[in-house]
Ligand binder design. Structure first.
Ligand code: SF4
Length: 235
């Protein structure tokens, strides 16, 4: 079996100064590697990003981007979506999966935004997480990408896996992982950090077949199954 296709071994989390130094180095290298990392969902305003993020549960961003143009054309704002018939929304979002639940969440969210926020998507963690279908992860996406506010770190499956493999957090819940990552990184980098880890998870640190031999973090990663390209075969 080639080294690059082996699953990384689980190692313990780094501690104290070593963990802080690891975080700094990971951020520095991933910023250099992915200078254009950004939110992969297409949106032009907070309403569109909130709708797209709700649709992205259990679905690829690419698929979401295929359905949202027609959805936004028919329902250009929260007030319009609040008046929608769920079955009409379902027909437009069917290919994203779980479409009945998602349609219910979308219309419920839009009704709450219309009723309690005069039709404007709120820009606080508290108000966002009180909307139907909006949890902390979704709220972090909206605050960081639509409002430029670093209130927290989006922890999805990629961030969870990379935080674990890189020794930054071995916690199991998204809340705990987020709480452990936040003090390790400058606040103004919290939003881009998620994009960087997600990008690296998609391109290199695959869940089943991480490409450690091509990874720019291989020499500092406690889970690497191969050394960095320049050092391989020199031992
Ligand atoms: S971060 Fe890089 S070296 Fe570490 S497990 Fe993932 S691909 Fe391998």
């Amino acid at each position: 079996m080639p080294a690059s296709s082996r699953k990384p071994r689980r190692r313990g989390a780094l501690r104290g100064a070593a963990r802080a130094a690891q975080a700094r180095e990971v951020l520095k290298r991933l910023l250099a590697q992915y200078p254009d990392a950004h939110c992969a969902l297409d949106f032009q305003n907070p309403y569109q990003l909130l709708v797209a993020t709700i649709l992205s549960a259990q679905c690829t961003d690419k698929r979401v981007n295929m359905v949202t143009p027609a959805l936004f054309k028919k329902y250009p704002n929260a007030r319009a979506l609040a008046r929608a018939r769920p079955e009409d929304v379902e027909a437009l979002i069917k290919s994203t999966g779980f479409f009945r639940n998602k349609a219910r969440s979308l219309v419920g969210m839009a009704q709450a935004v219309t009723e309690h926020h005069a039709g404007a998507i709120p820009d606080s963690m508290d108000a966002l997480t009180h909307l139907p279908g909006v949890g902390r992860k979704t709220a972090n996406v909206i605050l960081g990408n639509a409002f430029d506010r670093n209130e927290g770190i989006v922890v999805d499956t990629h961030v969870t896996r990379l935080a674990d493999r890189l020794g930054l957090s071995k916690a199991k819940s998204a809340e705990k992982i987020e709480a452990e990552l936040m003090p390790l990184f400058p606040r103004e980098r919290w939003t881009i950090l998620s994009h960087l880890l997600i990008e690296h998870g998609r391109r290199v640190c695959d869940a089943r077949k991480p490409r450690c031999a091509e990874c720019v973090l291989a020499d500092i990663c406690p889970s690497a199954t191969a050394g960095p390209p320049g050092l391989r075969g020199t031992a």
